[in-house]
Design a protein around this ligand. Structure first.
Ligand code: UN1
Length: 504
């Protein structure tokens, strides 16, 4: 057994539902977690069945009644303790992320760091859940707004950030006074269980079992139950547009709230006056990093005609020499894809690209070794090709050329998704134009920085089919609370607003 599994308290068969502490033997089927590095099983997980789900929700709801009355800064202490535990276990947790999901260790560490950062952010936030006060039009009246906890919320996460995206939601929701149930991706149950083990210890110490709960289970049973559950006022979900549409519809039908962070089709524009060395590194990280499996991955680049030829040649050289291999080994920059299904999707996308007339400039196949390894691929394409309009969760980069900035911005905006975008330029005009109302239509727009790798302090999310949700920094916390407007009359009269008289 690998040492990091032992350090995280993971054994051969792990339980997958945590209620007041833990359901030791949930009743669902066993799920085997495989490492994409070799394709071998890591451990088996016993999933939650419908009755475990009920146990978990009941525990979370019971805890909510008490948790919401703890002052927010006291709630922050629990989040601080989680952050400290994550710090203590950063290395083994990062290794587990790499082993179960496939990203390189430096990115695995970055992911755990992102969870630590959001815990710190949330601790500060626990003293800053500010509401506004308004001036009433009525004499001796006071008007203000308060933010109250929502209840037990649902968090649905994807395989690609199996720790950090839970933390974005969980750390903020906890200081906001909510309790929560987490349904992680079935591709990364061990990361979720390792995190839940940490939470279980902290919850015991702070007497708040039921605050963070977990159900590992199938989307078609447990997932459906969660999104249709009227006891859950908010579902925060990260994943594909297809999944988001399903969740959005189910939650809207019961008039619940959803916070959706879905697919991206992120582009970089490279102007003729750009620092091309910087652009090259940013594109390489954005497109090949995490083996192209971030929602913020760079999928399209628009190169100014005058620099395109040389730039593509340099990029192809970088792609052809990138070290691909075991993500835990020092020096590797590209690990495996998450599973065989992901490789199949990539190969289908490339076949479609070719059938639409695109030209593969490098890569395009599997790497000849055990595990889910592929060659990062560059494709010369057109923006209006059907396949270019789709998000393929794989290291495929579509290269296109442009002549004017107006044209480049129109192309970059000319997709259904709207998550992240970037321009490389040294012109103040171009950068301001790109960031203006007539510029990028995405939730994230960067200058001289790639499309991926956002910090937690900013609100994260995107427009159009990306779903409109905002998570992590800025005032995203408001999504996890309900706003109440309070008007208080301290006069001895009862004036009506808008000057209405009703004297009986
Ligand atoms: C995701 O891929 O769902 O900005 C999240 C980034 C990371 C988070 C990505 N901080 O690339």
């Amino acid at each position: 057994m690998r040492d990091f599994l032992r350090d995280l308290g993971l054994s051969g068969v792990n339980s997958g539902a945590g209620a007041r502490g833990w359901v030791e033997n949930p009743g669902g089927d066993e799920l085997t977690s495989l490492t994409p590095v070799t394709g071998e099983p890591i451990a088996k997980v016993r999933q939650a069945d419908e009755s475990d789900y009920e146990t978990v929700i009941a525990a979370a709801q019971e805890r909510f009644v008490e948790w919401r009355m703890r002052p927010a800064p006291i709630r922050g202490e629990v989040v601080r303790a989680i952050g400290n535990e994550l710090r203590k276990h950063k290395r083994p947790l990062a290794k587990l992320v790499s082993w179960e999901m496939g990203k390189i260790l430096s990115e695995g560490e970055g992911e755990v760091q992102e969870a630590i950062d959001i815990a710190d952010f949330a601790v500060g936030l626990s003293r800053q859940l500010y509401g506004l006060t308004m001036h009433s039009e009525r004499e001796r009246h006071r008007m203000y707004e308060q933010w109250h906890p929502l209840g037990t919320i649902g968090i649905v996460t994807a395989f690609n950030f199996p720790v950090a995206v839970w933390a974005w939601n969980a750390m903020i929701a906890a200081v906001c006074g909510d309790t929560m149930v987490w349904k992680p991706s079935s591709k990364t149950p061990l990361c979720a269980i390792a995190v839940q083990n940490i939470c279980n210890r902290v919850m015991k110490e702070y007497d708040c079992e039921g605050l963070f709960t977990l159900v590992v289970g199938r989307g078609s049973t447990i997932g459906e139950k969660l999104i249709n559950d009227e006891r859950i006022p908010l579902i925060s979900a990260t994943g594909s547009c297809r999944m988001g549409r399903r969740i959005g519809e189910a939650v809207a039908r019961r008039l619940g709230r959803s916070l959706l962070e879905l697919g991206g089709n992120n582009a970089v524009i490279v102007e003729a006056d750009a620092n091309l060395d910087m652009a090259l590194r940013a594109i390489a990280f954005g497109a090949m990093g995490t083996t192209g499996q971030r929602c913020t991955s760079t999928r399209r680049i628009f190169l100014h005609k005058s620099i395109a030829k040389d730039f593509v040649e340099r990029l192809v050289r970088a792609y052809e020499s990138v070290p691909i291999g075991d993500p835990l080994e020092a020096g590797t920059l590209v690990g495996p894809m998450v599973d065989e299904g992901a490789i199949e999707d990539m190969m289908n996308a490339l076949a479609q690209a070719k059938s639409e007339g695109a030209e593969i400039l490098c890569g395009g196949g599997r790497v000849d070794r055990k595990g889910c390894f592929v060659q990062p691929t560059i494709v010369r394409a057109r923006n209006d090709m059907k396949i270019v309009q789709e998000e393929t969760f794989a290291p495929i980069l579509y290269v296109m050329e442009y002549e004017t900035l107006d044209e480049a911005i129109a192309l970059q905006n000319g997709v259904r998704q709207g998550l992240s975008s970037s321009i490389f330029t040294s012109s103040m005009y171009s950068s301001e134009r790109f960031l203006s109302h007539e510029g990028s239509d995405c939730g994230i727009a960067n200058v001289n920085i790639g499309t991926s790798g956002a910090e937690i302090g900013g609100a994260f999310g995107g427009e159009k089919e990306t779903g409109g949700g905002r998570e992590a920094g800025s005032d995203s916390w408001k999504a996890y609370m309900r706003r109440q407007t309070n008007t208080l009359n301290w006069s001895t009269d009862l004036p009506l607003a808008q000057g209405v008289h009703f004297d009986i």
